[in-house]
Design a protein around this ligand. Structure first.
Ligand SMILES: NC(=O)C1=CN([C@@H]2O[C@H](COP(=O)(O)OP(=O)(O)OC[C@H]3O[C@@H](n4cnc5c(N)ncnc54)[C@H](OP(=O)(O)O)[C@@H]3O)[C@@H](O)[C@H]2O)C=CC1
Ligand SMILES: Cc1cn([C@H]2C[C@H](O)[C@@H](COP(=O)(O)OP(=O)(O)O[C@H]3O[C@@H](C)C(=O)[C@@H](O)[C@H]3O)O2)c(=O)[nH]c1=O
Length: 281
C-alpha cells in the first residue's frame, strides 16, 4: 500500500487527486487548517505522523493579482512553504511532487514552452513559484516538478465558472484575445500525475491538455458547449486592467511526459467531458 499526503488537499487539484486515486493508494488530503505549510514545525510533525511515501504538494496562494499586491504573503506561502515541504520530505525520505505554473515563463517566444526552456516570470506569483521549484531541486533529490496551466473544474473558483457567472449577470462578455495558454481539466491532470508517480522518473514535467486557446476562445467554447447564446467581444489585453501581467504566450508542451507514455487529451475534448454533467442537469 502506497501512502500519499496531499497538501492543499481541499483545493481544486487536491480534490481531483482524491477522486482519481488508483487502487492500493491510501490518500491523506490535508487543508491549510491541518497542515499550514508556512509553519515548519507543523510540516515536520505532519510528516512524522502520516509517514507518507509520497507528498503531492498542491498548497499555494493562487490569487495571482493578490500575490502582486501582497508579495510578502506570496513568497511566504509559495516559496517558503515549499522549502519547508521539500526539507521535510528529504529528511523523511519521501518523494515529492511539487506543482508549478506556466507563469514562470515570460511568453515572449512564439513556440510553446517545453521543460528545458528558460523561465523568466513577469508576476510575483510566477516568481514565487519559480523560487519554489529551485528549493525543491536543491533540497529534495526524489522530486517531480509538474508545471501546468489554467486549471478548471465544473465547480469551485476558476475561469470556467467565472465565465458562467458573468454570462448570467451580463448581456455581453469582453474577453482577452491576444494571450494564449493551455486550459487544463483538473481530472486529466490528476490522472496524469498518478501515471507519472508510478515511475521513479524524477525531473521536471509539463502536464497540460493539448492545444492552445486564448481567454476569448476558451470563453466562447464554454458558452457554446452549454448552448448559451451570450455574445463575447474579443479585446486586447491592454483593455483588461489587472494587477498582474500574464504571459502573452503561456502555452506549454512536453518533451518529458510523452517519453513515459503520458499524453493528455485535447483541451476541447476535456472541456466537453468536464461540462457534460452541467449539460444534462
Ligand atoms: N489554478 C491554476 O490555474 C493553476 C494552479 N497551479 C498550481 O497547482 C497547485 C494547485 O492549484 P489549485 O488546486 O488550482 O489551487 P487552489 O487555490 O484551488 O488550492 C490551493 C490550496 O492551497 C491551500 N493553501 C493556501 N495557503 C496555504 C497554506 N499556508 N498552507 C496550506 N495550504 C494552503 C488553499 O487553502 P485555502 O483555500 O483554505 O486558503 C487551497 O485549498 C498550486 O500549486 C498552483 O500554484 C499551476 C498552474 C495553474
Ligand atoms: C473575468 C475576465 C477575465 N478575462 C481573462 C483575462 C484575464 O487575464 C484572465 C483572468 O482569469 P483568471 O483570474 O482565471 O486568471 P489567472 O488567475 O491569471 O489564471 C492563472 O492562475 C494561476 C494560478 C496559474 O498558475 C495560471 O496557469 C493561470 O491559470 O481572464 C477576460 O478577458 N475578461 C473577463 O471579463
Amino acid at each position: 500500500m502506497v501512502r500519499v499526503l496531499i497538501t492543499g488537499g481541499h483545493g481544486q487539484l487536491g480534490r481531483a487527486l482524491v477522486r482519481t486515486a488508483p487502487a492500493h493508494t491510501e490518500v491523506i488530503a490535508l487543508g491549510a487548517a491541518e497542515c499550514d505549510v508556512t509553519d515548519p514545525f507543523t510540516v515536520r510533525a505532519v510528516l512524522a505522523r502520516v509517514e507518507p511515501t509520497l507528498v503531492i504538494h498542491c498548497a499555494a496562494w493562487t490569487d495571482v493579482d493578490g500575490c502582486e499586491r501582497h508579495p510578502e504573503r506570496a513568497w511566504r506561502v509559495n516559496a517558503l512553504g515549499t522549502q519547508h515541504i521539500a526539507a521535510a520530505c528529504a529528511a523523511a525520505e519521501a518523494a515529492l511532487v511539487a506543482l508549478s505554473t506556466n507563469y514562470v515563463f515570460d511568453g515572449e517566444q512564439d513556440e510553446p514552452y517545453h521543460e528545458f526552456a528558460r523561465p523568466h516570470p513577469l508576476s510575483v506569483y510566477g516568481a514565487s513559484k519559480l523560487a519554489a521549484e529551485e528549493v525543491v531541486r536543491a533540497l529534495c533529490p526524489r522530486h517531480y516538478i509538474v508545471r501546468t496551466a489554467m486549471l478548471y473544474d465544473a465547480h469551485g473558483r476558476n475561469f470556467v465558472t467565472t465565465v458562467l457567472r458573468l454570462a448570467r449577470e451580463q448581456p455581453r462578455l469582453r474577453m482577452v484575445a491576444d494571450q494564449y495558454g493551455s486550459p487544463t481539466f483538473v481530472d486529466d491532470l490528476a490522472k496524469a500525475i498518478w501515471q507519472l508517480v508510478a515511475q521513479p522518473a524524477y525531473g521536471t514535467y509539463h502536464l497540460v491538455n493539448a492545444g492552445r486557446a486564448s481567454w476569448y476562445e476558451w470563453a466562447v467554447a464554454v458558452l457554446e458547449t452549454l448552448g448559451l447564446g451570450v455574445p463575447v467581444e474579443p479585446i486586447p489585453a491592454s483593455q483588461f486592467r489587472r494587477a498582474a501581467r500574464p504571459p502573452r504566450n503561456g502555452v506549454l508542451t512536453s518533451l518529458a511526459a510523452p517519453a513515459l507514455g503520458i499524453v493528455l487529451p485535447d483541451w476541447r475534448d476535456a472541456l466537453t467531458r468536464c461540462l457534460a454533467p452541467l449539460r444534462s442537469a
